[in-house]
Design a protein around this ligand. Sequence first.
Ligand SMILES: *[C@@H]1O[C@H](CO)[C@@H](O)[C@H](O)[C@H]1NC(C)=O
Ligand SMILES: *[C@@H]1O[C@H](CO)[C@@H](O)[C@H](O)[C@H]1NC(C)=O
Ligand SMILES: *[C@@H]1O[C@H](CO)[C@@H](O)[C@H](O)[C@H]1NC(C)=O
Ligand SMILES: *[C@@H]1O[C@H](CO)[C@@H](O)[C@H](O)[C@H]1NC(C)=O
Ligand SMILES: *[C@@H]1O[C@H](CO)[C@@H](O)[C@H](O)[C@H]1NC(C)=O
Ligand SMILES: *[C@@H]1O[C@H](CO)[C@@H](O)[C@H](O)[C@H]1NC(C)=O
Ligand SMILES: *[C@@H]1O[C@H](CO)[C@@H](O)[C@H](O)[C@H]1NC(C)=O
Ligand SMILES: *[C@@H]1O[C@H](CO)[C@@H](O)[C@H](O)[C@H]1NC(C)=O
Ligand SMILES: *[C@@H]1O[C@H](CO)[C@@H](O)[C@H](O)[C@H]1NC(C)=O
Length: 665
Amino acid sequence: MAASSSVGGHLLVLCLQLSLGVSVYVLDDRGGLGREFDGIGAVSGGGATSRLLINYPEPYRTQILDYLFKPNFGASLHILKVEIGGDAQTTDGTEPSHMHYPDDQNYFRGYEWWLMKEAKKRNPNITLIGLPWAYPGWIGNGENWPYDYPDVTAYYVVSWIIGAKQYHDLDIDYIGIWNERVFDVKYIKLLRYTMDKYGLERVRIIASDNLWQPIAFYMLHDPELLRVVDVIGAHYPGTITVPDAIMTGKKLWSSEDYSTFNDEVGGGCWARILNQNYVNGNMTCTISWNLVASYYEELPFGREGLMTAKEPWSGHYDVSSPIWITAHTTQFTQPGWHYLRTVGHLENGGSYVALTDGRGNLTLIIETMSHNHSICIRPPLPKYNVSAQNATFHLQGSFNDLSTLQVWYSQLDSTSGKETIFKQLSPLKVKQGVFTLELGVDEVYTLTTLKTGKKGSYPDPPASQPFPSKYKDDFDVRNPPFSEAPCFADQAGVFEYFTNTSDPGDHVFTLRQVLTQRPITCSIDPDQAISVIGNYNWTDMVVSCDVYIETPNTGGIFVAGRVDRGGSPTWGAKGVFFWVFADGTYKVTLDLLGKIVLRKGLSGVQAGSWHTLTLKIEGLYASGMLNGYPLWKKMLVIGPLHGWAAIGTSALEFAQFDNFSIEAS
Ligand SMILES: *[C@@H]1O[C@H](CO)[C@@H](O)[C@H](O)[C@H]1NC(C)=O
Ligand SMILES: *[C@@H]1O[C@H](CO)[C@@H](O)[C@H](O)[C@H]1NC(C)=O
Ligand SMILES: *[C@@H]1O[C@H](CO)[C@@H](O)[C@H](O)[C@H]1NC(C)=O
Ligand SMILES: *[C@@H]1O[C@H](CO)[C@@H](O)[C@H](O)[C@H]1NC(C)=O
Ligand SMILES: *[C@@H]1O[C@H](CO)[C@@H](O)[C@H](O)[C@H]1NC(C)=O
Ligand SMILES: *[C@@H]1O[C@H](CO)[C@@H](O)[C@H](O)[C@H]1NC(C)=O
Ligand SMILES: *[C@@H]1O[C@H](CO)[C@@H](O)[C@H](O)[C@H]1NC(C)=O
Ligand SMILES: *[C@@H]1O[C@H](CO)[C@@H](O)[C@H](O)[C@H]1NC(C)=O
Ligand SMILES: *[C@@H]1O[C@H](CO)[C@@H](O)[C@H](O)[C@H]1NC(C)=O
């Protein structure tokens, strides 16, 4: 039999190569396969990480989406996980809820619906996951806690799943509990019960999007919980798991990982965890935070996406190395394939995994990331000592007869001058089931029977440009189905397009802050609402906006410049804030909380009528105008030297904005 003669051949090669210091690795499916592979994915959200993507002009927006989702083109992701907007600041901004208030349902807010549809359009098989990072305040009936009324919380989440289907024809595959917060056993069971009641038996539950414990322990001691949780999802597991998690017999996922600046080092981090999450930690799915860095870079965790697309005004974007590192796995595997049991570490550092479709196809992915190229933002830091090595692979079982493998190669060390990203090399000849690779440091190889791989490309996008120094938006021209005005990045509160059909003319189409209650959130959201826009490096600027306070007596509204921070927490934001209040006063402060007061006075502003605020900041001084007349002049502002422009409200209350404009320098 061919098999026995090739075994003889193996032994001969093996002896020769061992004598040359070659390490031998066997890839074999006899004796069964390893775990089922569930795919590689990425997160949009947690929060507002895709904010600027929707504002890209075509054809660039389509190109970016193709690099992310199109099969056999770029990252070709198997999974898209999105935030179920909860109206709260969840890292890089707030995402709107489908239910701001108990009697409210709207499945056209934000951009996650759109993103899921675009992903699905490109890959109908893509797995969709929804996870709340925060909940609207009413869920907790005033408490900062979503589990006191678990039926309300389950109803809220199930409404989102049903809305996805009803309004967008999206089938959600998995649903999570509460991002990186405590879980509640009663709630998880009730969620399962509620989904079943609504015919959503196919939607599976991931818990608890935090650490392996205590969820694994609870599952082992509660048969019903064990039954209803389909996947244990851990965040930033550092490639390892715990015995209790393995003992549950459930699928183990790294349901959020990576979070690393997307240069070659980030690419190396990603290559290492994609392999080693399985090799070291039995994880069959790894999900990157985040999908695409489409938020102002000075917000927290700038550029920690698989690629960067943060300039809708120029159309510029960067297809970074993590896209192609993803392709090394995603283009040559599918969810439903199985890992082989024969996976592991390489003698001189690095790792290999092999997967099969069970029908003869084989994909082998090898990475040799050194310390320098595998540094991930979350510990444990790797202590890998990697050096060049020869590795001989023996294909056995179903793979013994393979004669050729396609080869895709990356070398991530840009300082070596040899940087290569996802390049197809000549096919490799396999002789009697054996081949040897000379592996260098910081390399990734994919060897596969599949011939479908492709390094997709588009012409270079336009050059990077700063945010335009003159910018206007009167909110009349809208971009349905998006509820948010271009480039405004809500950091607290939610700002949405609003149409007032009874307005006599000038202010039919406005932007409105719509939150009236603090959301349930882990970050310390301020009591104010704020949306930032522009270039963080702006120093001098004139910010002007028509404003309309809706809350009599106590309402307040502001325009601001040189705003120096957003993200969680935003409450520490400094800048120059020009406020007017419905009680007829104004103030100028250096902070969002309104405590560092430079001046207070009377303005005559009232609720229920429109006023124009103009803030001019020049060098060390600022001045403010109301309805075109100076209200305060030449005030010394010793605060941040630069920052974004912003609009906002003094509390979570309805208020409107119109005719926004900036002139900056
Ligand atoms: C979707 O999955 C089916 C069945 O597994 C497969 O035949 C098809 O090629 C997949 N489509 C894409 C675009 O991956
Ligand atoms: C988990 O991974 C370890 C190390 O690769 C392996 O020995 C073990 O068989 C795996 N266990 C399961 C249940 O997959
Ligand atoms: C591998 O996959 C391709 C595409 O799905 C399929 O046509 C082929 O039969 C499979 N098996 C082998 C051994 O190539
Ligand atoms: C690699 O990292 C080490 C320390 O972590 C540093 O000393 C060395 O300069 C780095 N090498 C490169 C090429 O960046
Ligand atoms: C790394 O490996 C080389 C060669 O095997 C060895 O000489 C060196 O001591 C190792 N360094 C560390 C930090 O383990
Ligand atoms: C790998 O094998 C080749 C050919 O035998 C040899 O020239 C080379 O030095 C080996 N490389 C390493 C790192 O051992
Ligand atoms: C809409 O416009 C009418 C007429 O100006 C005004 O009375 C009403 O308060 C406006 N409604 C809102 C919500 O702004
Ligand atoms: C701001 O300036 C810094 C330093 O010159 C630069 O690195 C950064 O890219 C600039 N940011 C923007 C948004 O232009
Ligand atoms: C706002 O802009 C619109 C159109 O640009 C204009 O008609 C209107 O007069 C402006 N409103 C105010 C109060 O300036």
